[in-house]
Design a protein around this ligand. Structure first.
Ligand code: UD1
Length: 419
């Protein structure tokens, strides 16, 4: 068991380079199963979710070579596995993309139920609805999902809820289907566009990704080789934006796409922070205590739920009382109990949290309940007076590459300690 020991009180200053997007990577890697060929994937974040994804792909028979820390070559010419066991799939949510990809490749797959962050109920009914509409038979039982299809046929699918995972999964499954598939009420997150761009690079014919109607014209075959570089991580960039504001710091965030950050930038400007768009990087700084603000999480281009805990920390030390409304996940306020142990005044009930800003946080032992809660508590430790011990950091390692090194370069005092 490892923990982070953070000595707080630093104003973060300097440059940070953002890694490739976790949520794109964990979809693009399974999508390579559609191929019979060799693909090079670069700007891949070196995080534990990516490593487990690669592990499952290898179980299926893929050959993976790491060219460098952030680039792999994946050879999918000899895929023979059809099952991914629950001890692997339960470690992360995105294991569900194996279903869409293997249905597309060979019409058969069995995976253990997906795991991931504990954010409340995480249904996958929209994924199943999409697969069934394409002609698959899907069964769930004994901790497994199995899906079979003699043939997938394009059709129109209306998503009852805006779902990132279901949109991507159905898009992947439709690439090699016969005819045209239309996904209505599709999610529009940057990583959806990135997965569509990747699939199109492989020879798919997908139009409209990034809007709420996506059309996939089925193709008979994909190219046998190519390379693709993953888009920068919107949420990692947002996490450093929040850290700059919370610590009254000044950070140059490199390798990001500023327009993907508009929803976060708008909130930061509202609370009195400054953001300068420099093309492929942004500078974020702040000299004074943040103002209060209300936040409601929404699908993209709304304020991302995955940034709610990090902004919750910023608002915990704001001047005034803020209200946070979490409209995507039912239990995403677990971090507020930990923040209260550090001196914050947050009352969370159901989907709403009332955050009464305090002047300062105090170091304390705290526990990460999930990935973004972990990132938020790390920021809290950096602004708190005294020492914070942050436990359950395996959650953070799922989605942030070299997080303490990146924060240390900005001046934070963080040690990873083996207990
Ligand atoms: C993805 C992200 C996650 C982020 C979330 C929302 C990945 C690997 N994870 O998760 O970090 O927090 O988007 O931006 O990309 N829903 C249903 N039925 C379904 C699917 C979803 O009712 O079949 C509901 C969910 O309960 C939730 C909402 O739709 O309330 C959004 O979920 P979804 O966008 O699917 O989240 P994930 O793809 O799991």
């Amino acid at each position: 068991m490892e923990k982070l020991v953070i000595t707080g009180g630093t104003r973060l200053k300097g440059e940070v380079v953002i890694s490739g997007a976790k949520n794109a990577a964990v979809a693009i890697l399974p999508a390579t199963l559609l191929l019979n060929g060799i693909y090079t994937i670069s700007n891949l974040p070196n995080i534990s979710d990516v490593k487990i994804t690669c592990d499952i792909l290898q179980d299926f028979g893929a050959k993976i070579t790491w060219n460098s820390r952030n680039e792999i070559v994946i050879d999918t010419r000899e895929i023979d596995g059809r099952e991914a066991p629950i001890d692997k799939t339960s470690k992360f949510r995105a294991s569900y993309y194996m279903i869409g990809a293997m249905l597309g490749r060979c019409g058969q797959i069995e995976v253990g139920l997906p795991g991931g962050c504990n954010l409340g109920a995480r249904p996958i009914d929209q994924h199943i609805k999409g697969f069934e509409a394409l002609g698959a038979k899907v069964d769930i039982g004994q901790g497994k999902i199995s899906a079979k299809a003699k043939k997938l046929t394009g059709t129109s699918i209306y998503m009852d809820v805006v779902s990132v995972g279901a949109t991507i999964n159905v898009m992947i499954a439709s690439v090699l289907a016969e005819g045209t598939t239309t996904i209505d009420n599709a999610a529009k997150e940057p990583h959806i566009v990135d997965v569509a761009n990747f699939l199109n690079t492989m020879g798919a014919d997908i139009r409209g990704a990034g809007t709420d109607v996506i059309k996939i014209n089925g193709v008979k075959e994909l190219k046998h080789e190519g390379c693709y570089s993953i888009v920068p991580d919107q949420i990692e960039a947002g996490t450093f934006m929040a850290a700059a504001i919370a610590t009254k710091g000044d950070i140059l965030i490199k390798n990001c796409i500023p327009e993907h950050l508009d929803c976060i930038t708008a909130k930061i400007v509202e609370i009195g922070g400054h953001v300068e768009d420099l093309g492929d990087s942004i500078r974020v700084w702040n000299n004074k205590r943040p103002n209060k603000a209300n936040i409601k999480t929404l699908p993209y281009p709304g304020f991302p739920t995955d940034m709610q805990p990090q902004m919750g920390v910023v608002l915990s030390i704001a001047d005034g009382t803020s209200i946070i409304n979490e409209s995507i996940w039912e239990s995403r306020f677990q971090y507020t109990n930990e923040l209260n142990n550090m001196g914050a005044h947050i009352t969370a009930q159901g989907k709403t949290a009332i955050v009464e800003g305090v002047k300062e946080l105090l170091g304390a032992p705290v526990y990460a309940s999930d990935l973004r809660a972990g990132a938020a508590l790390l920021i809290a430790g950096i602004i708190a007076k005294g020492t914070t011990e942050l436990y359950n950091i395996n959650h953070i390692d799922r989605g942030y590459e070299q997080i303490e090194e990146k924060f240390r370069k900005l001046g934070a005092n963080i040690l990873r300690v083996n207990e």
